[in-house]
Design a protein around this ligand. Structure first.
Ligand code: PGA
Length: 260
């Protein structure tokens, strides 16, 4: 695992933007795994800027989002499809027909999960998967106790996730309690994984992800089994790591060796 500790959230977004731009320059028809939540927003803003300045193109990109709420159609303001359109797709040169988000309004959610998993595989698999991390260590909506081999399926959200996400919903608004999420096995199949975490509220989850035992109690710890996982955090999110000094030294060496 490559652990990159940066000063603040701005630096994390800058790093992630460079990482995506490098990926798209090397492989313009990349298949990207994308995420919602607050963690990727600053990255998406930077990618929009880079696209509008002509520094990077998304015209040959295919994307698959991690998850969607069950019960919300794509045109619902709280759906993740709507989030992606608003925060990224509407502002870049991507072909929207090649952007994929599970259908939260599907009549048969289980069938939708099977269809979505097959669609990812038929596209050739994900080249670069972006992830946030929940305060409980979830990735996508793979809550604690998720099988580390899981594929796309219906998952009931934990009370802590429902509470964390309630900030997006009005007090009297319907808030879904279940979601379709790609599985931990699906995520581990991606060629590269880039996880972003910022702020002290993520410190415990980051510790579980990076230094904890590989355990369904912290789904992000499954990334320890991935050959090409990059975890990018700010100082606050890194505050509980015992290997912080080594990680910073190793990252410095990584940069020096790349430049040599
Ligand atoms: P956040 O959510 O980026 O809004 O903190 C991350 C997650 O729950 O996966």
């Amino acid at each position: 695992m490559r652990l990159v500790i940066l000063e603040n959230a701005e630096a994390v977004a800058d790093f992630a933007c460079d990482y995506f731009v490098d990926q798209l320059k090397a492989q313009p028809n990349s298949i990207l795994g994308l995420a919602t939540g607050s963690s990727p927003v600053a990255l998406y803003q930077r990618l929009i800027g880079a696209n509008q300045r002509g520094e990077v193109s998304f015209k040959d990109v295919t994307s698959f989002n991690l998850d969607e709420y069950i019960g919300l159609a794509g045109d619902h303001a709280q759906s993740y499809r709507h989030f992606m359109n608003e925060k990224l797709f509407d502002h870049i040169d991507i072909d929207k027909a090649r952007t994929h988000v599970p259908d939260g309004a599907a009549a048969d959610p289980n069938a939708e999960c099977v269809r979505y998993e097959k669609e990812i595989q038929a596209a050739g698999g994900i080249d670069l998967q972006l992830l946030g991390i929940g305060v409980n260590g979830h990735i996508g909506f793979n809550e604690p106790l998720s099988s580390l081999a899981s594929r796309t399926r219906v998952k009931t959200l934990t009370k802590s996730t429902i509470k964390a996400n309630s900030r997006y919903f009005d007090a009297d608004e319907f808030q879904p309690t279940d979601a379709i999420t790609t599985g931990i096995g699906t995520i581990l199949d991606a060629k590269e994984v880039l996880l972003l975490a910022t702020g002290a509220t993520k410190a415990e989850a980051v510790r579980g992800c990076v230094e904890g035992p590989v355990s369904a109690a912290c789904p992000a710890s499954a990334l320890q089994m991935h050959q090409h996982a990059v975890v990018v955090v700010d100082e606050e999110a890194a505050s509980l790591l015992s290997m912080k000094e080594y990680a910073q030294w190793a990252e410095q060496r990584h940069i020096e060796l790349e430049q040599a």
